[in-house]
Design a protein around this ligand. Structure first.
Ligand SMILES: [Mg+2]
Length: 199
């Protein structure tokens, strides 16, 4: 019998740190508004692999009127120093006995280039799925990303689990027949992992 899959989201689930968080507050706010509100489709294209981190930082450097090297250095350093609980990572590593573990994230090239290696995330998961390289988001094509991994590993979908803070992703995963645990302010990832360990 093949193992079920445990999918774990990154942003808002494993980690709550933001990119460019070390910029001075005024500039940080400007980045958030410019990139994630006014130029939302540009940011989404980035997360589907259509732009590189260098291109986006070049764009932001021009928008903010600061040198590229300055914003790039902050961006890389922030990506390399994102806070993820070691206890949570260790708990996930132990769950590899019972599950194929996949970190599934809607993210940028910078996540795989800087964050994964700096935090040694490959030591804790069997696989890392980043929308940048998948070219799609979790709910695209009725959860094709999840479906493809379930098929690839011939995993029993009804015992496979998603831990994610996104209502949409949880809904998509349940529609495929899986079990979704939504991370909220009351029930964080540690809470859900503890439940899994009891089952
Ligand atoms: Mg999330």
């Amino acid at each position: 019998m093949n193992k079920p899959i445990l999918f774990v989201d990154f942003d808002g689930t494993l980690c709550h740190d933001r990119f460019w968080r070390s910029l001075p507050e005024e500039q940080y706010k400007k980045v958030q508004v410019r990139l994630f509100e006014e130029e939302k489709s540009y940011a989404e294209e980035w997360m589907k692999g259509k732009h590189t981190a260098e291109e986006v930082n070049q764009f932001l450097a021009e928008q903010l009127g600061i040198p590229f090297e300055e914003i790039w250095e902050i961006f890389v350093k922030d990506a390399e120093t994102m806070n993820v609980s070691k206890d949570v990572l260790e708990t996930i590593r132990k769950l590899q006995e019972r599950y194929t573990t996949i970190l599934v994230t809607v993210n940028m090239d910078s996540f795989s280039r800087f964050t994964v290696s700096a935090l040694k995330l490959k030591d804790y998961f069997d696989h890392i799925s980043n929308s940048y390289y998948e070219g799609k988001f979790k709910s695209d094509n009725e959860g094709e990303v999840f479906r493809d991994y379930i098929q690839k590993y011939s995993a029993p979908v009804d015992r496979s689990i998603l831990i994610d803070d996104s209502t949409g992703a949880c809904k998509t995963f349940r529609a495929l027949g899986g079990i979704a645990y939504q991370v909220t302010t009351e029930e964080d990832i540690s809470h859900h992992l503890a439940q899994l360990n009891k089952s």
